[in-house]
Design a protein around this ligand. Structure first.
Ligand code: ZN
Length: 283
């Protein structure tokens, strides 16, 4: 190990600075959104079988509710713009802007060059959980998704019902595009209902049994026309292991709601990011 400099403790004592302070983000009109969700009706419902994924679509201004049913189950969520798979959910920037776990009032941001809110979280029945004594919290944007490549690397086996493969099959079915073409559009997820954190001593990513109970839900308003895909993770409640058929798994439901006409008066679907994309090349 390298020798520490004489002022090592002073260097460690430098104050942390929040990279993106909350107060610089334009806030969503949560009062408007809450009024809209008080007067809305169910227009579509997609059941996701255990160890599978299914796609759903929601127009801008519609509300999507991801519901736990039958038993504890984690869901891996991908989002794309309904008009182009090139615009997709950006978990890393969402994490940088809102923190490692998201809840009501946080937004799900799209990738460059779009970088706009794709969705705004409007309800979370697990918001009582907070941060537990292990440092765990619910609905993370830390994890990537369970996938057959990492599984092969670590175990040497082939397992075909990891969330990455489930999402790939679902997107191929929905779009009619070839499996290997759509695979490149599957991306790091929002881990719905998953309870995760980092160990305090080694800062390793951990998971623990999700506190989700049947009837719990995470809900968001679609800020743009969305294509979504939701996988019922083979890890079930992710309290033991994933990437196998060992865990008890349960279905999830994606419900789509239509707010009443005029309920979102004054709201406009956000435009793509205004940066001119010159990157200084023509200055
Ligand atoms: Zn998974």
């Amino acid at each position: 190990m390298t020798d520490a400099p004489p002022d090592a403790e002073a260097r460690r004592a430098a104050a942390p600075v929040i990279c993106y302070p909350d107060d610089t983000l334009p806030p969503p009109d949560m009062a408007l959104y809450q009024r809209a969700r008080e007067d809305m009706w169910l227009v579509d419902s997609v059941t996701v079988p255990p160890r599978e994924a299914r796609c759903f679509r929601a127009a801008a201004g519609q509300v999507v509710r991801i519901v736990s049913t039958e038993g504890p189950q984690v869901g891996d969520l991908n989002l794309w713009s309904a008009s182009t798979l090139a615009e997709r959910f950006y978990s890393g920037k969402t994490r940088a802007l809102h923190g490692s776990h998201v809840t009501t009032g946080d937004r799900l941001w799209s990738c460059f060059p779009y970088l706009r809110p794709m969705a705004t979280l409007t309800a979370d029945t697990l918001d009582w959980y907070g941060i537990d004594p292990h440092g765990g919290a619910v609905h993370d944007v830390i994890g990537t998704r369970c996938d057959p490549y990492t599984h092969r690397l670590l175990s040497g086996d082939a397992y075909h019902h990891c969330c990455h493969s489930n999402l790939t099959r679902a997107l191929a079915d929905e779009t009619g595009l070839p499996l290997h073409e759509v695979e490149a559009h599957v991306h790091d997820v929002l881990n719905v209902f998953m309870c995760t954190g980092f160990t305090p001593d080694t800062q390793q990513y951990f998971m623990k049994a999700s506190p989700v109970r049947p009837g719990d839900y995470l809900e968001f308003l679609s800020e743009i026309d969305l294509l979504g895909a939701l996988s019922a993770c083979p890890g079930g409640d992710c309290g033991s292991e994933h990437s196998s058929d060992a865990a008890a798994c349960h279905p999830l439901i994606a419900e789509i709601y239509q707010p009443a006409s005029g309920a979102l008066e004054g709201w406009v679907s956000p435009m793509p990011n205004g940066y001119d994309r010159s990157h200084g090349a023509f200055v």
